[in-house]
Design a binder for this molecule. Structure first.
Ligand code: S3P
Length: 168
């Protein structure tokens, strides 16, 4: 593999799960921007959003991505909103392979509905509409990836194998 492999994609597309399998298979370190931020700040993501706001979280995310982009070889998984920053998109493109994970709307709603840890999403009946709205707002922002893998109805093993096969 190149120096680094980044996994990007909307919430609920399988970045964390696939990243863990990939790092184990490749025998390289795994870093997750969200997990590293939580560890460094000593606060969970919903608390950071509630107490400091999204803009503050985005600045932490940029600083953390910049730091993780120095480590190699590594699989680096990211929060779904990391692509909102052009600087982040450029940094990932310049410093490794970038894989974009996708999933169907139904699958995303099903997966994120089981997790209370996402401050941008409501836990009530407005969930599906909010996911659709965010997907629309982020349309095209993931397109700079080297390739895209749909994780809907696929085993982790087959997704991981496909990604490894495509690595440069
Ligand atoms: C976010 C996605 C989350 C996390 C934060 C914001 C987003 O990560 O970074 O809640 O803006 O899409 P996951 O994609 O791992 O859920």
């Amino acid at each position: 593999m190149k120096r680094r492999l980044y996994l990007i994609g909307f919430m609920g597309t399988g970045k964390t799960t696939v990243g863990q399998a990939l790092a184990a298979e490749l025998g390289v370190d795994l870093y997750d921007t969200d997990a590293e931020i939580v560890q460094a700040q000593g606060s969970p993501i919903p608390e950071l959003f509630a107490e400091r706001g999204e803009a503050y979280f985005r600045s932490l995310e940029h600083v953390m991505l910049t730091e993780l982009a120095q480590r190699e070889p590594a699989v680096i998984t990211t929060g779904g909103g990391v692509v909102l920053s052009e600087a982040n998109r450029e940094l990932m493109k310049q410093s490794g392979d970038v894989v974009h994970l996708t999933a169907s709307l139904d699958e995303i709603v099903r997966r994120v509905g089981q997790d209370e840890n996402r401050p941008l999403l409501p836990s009530d009946t407005g969930l599906r509409a909010r996911v659709e709205e965010l997907l629309e707002a982020r349309k095209g922002l993931y397109d700079f990836a080297n390739w895209t893998v749909d994780t809907t109805d696929r085993s982790i093993q087959s997704i991981t194998a496909e990604i490894i096969q495509n690595l440069s």
